[in-house]
Write a protein that binds this ligand. Sequence first.
Ligand SMILES: Nc1ncnc2c1ncn2[C@@H]1O[C@H](COP(=O)(O)OP(=O)(O)O)[C@@H](O)[C@H]1O
Ligand SMILES: [Mg+2]
Length: 261
Amino acid sequence: MLALDRVGKTYPNGVNALERFSAEINLGEIVAIIGGSGCGKSTLLRAIAGLDPASTGSVTLDDIRISAPHEKIGIIFQEPRLLPWLSVADNIGFGLSHLPANVRREKVARALARVGLADKATAWPRELSGGQAQRVAIARALVPQPEVLLLDEPFSALDAFTRRDLQDHLLDLWADTRPTLILVTHDVDEAVVLADRVLVMRPRPGRLFEEIRVNLARPRDRNTPHFDNFKRRVLTALDRSLDRSVPDEAGKAGAGEAMWW
Ligand SMILES: Nc1ncnc2c1ncn2[C@@H]1O[C@H](COP(=O)(O)OP(=O)(O)O)[C@@H](O)[C@H]1O
Ligand SMILES: [Mg+2]
């Protein structure tokens, strides 16, 4: 289990980016984090990844305190961040240099096949489309079989069609080994199609505002009234999170009930 206990972050310039963020996330759960820009989503993700540790509170994974990058936690950013001087295969194998060459080759080949890019092993990153490059980034992150995969708006730079394709693909990959996924998004549809739980944050300082459980069976059909209902709930929570006249407690109490009156 991943436990976030009152995680807070104040940057050296005094910006209080995140305050007392607590959540317990079970292995295999898919959690979406949504909220206005600047509400601390990336700060939270970097703290979980151990890239930029929290200034208060703690992040623990199976009772291991995370304060630096950890092999069980992978992260994918909005841009694929591939190394331009390495082939696609070498990008994927980059973190595997401790393994014998034949084992590494096989893992890379399997990962490439799994993301549908077996024919791109020797290509250069610049020869890939945006969607293909992001697939390579996903393959690279999954090769070490992380327990937790963090994704920071991974599809937001892609066109709508490619985005949907990759959302489906991500779910396929998730079903292989069922890691915990924590996905930052500003796309309500994406949150509801993917997540078991949507955590809505609010800004200044960044904090948790509301939690919405999406208990829809998978695969999810976007064209049902149920799906629309969940989207509406998330949208309403987002609107309220940005309305300064709404107190914090209005979000936390009753998680969703309040909006049906
Ligand atoms: N390295 C940093 N130094 C100082 N302030 C930062 C830094 N990174 C982010 N911030 C500030 O912290 C707040 C939260 O930022 P961020 O986590 O990037 O939000 P989000 O990802 O939700 O848009 C913002 O006010 C942002 O300007
Ligand atoms: Mg961000």
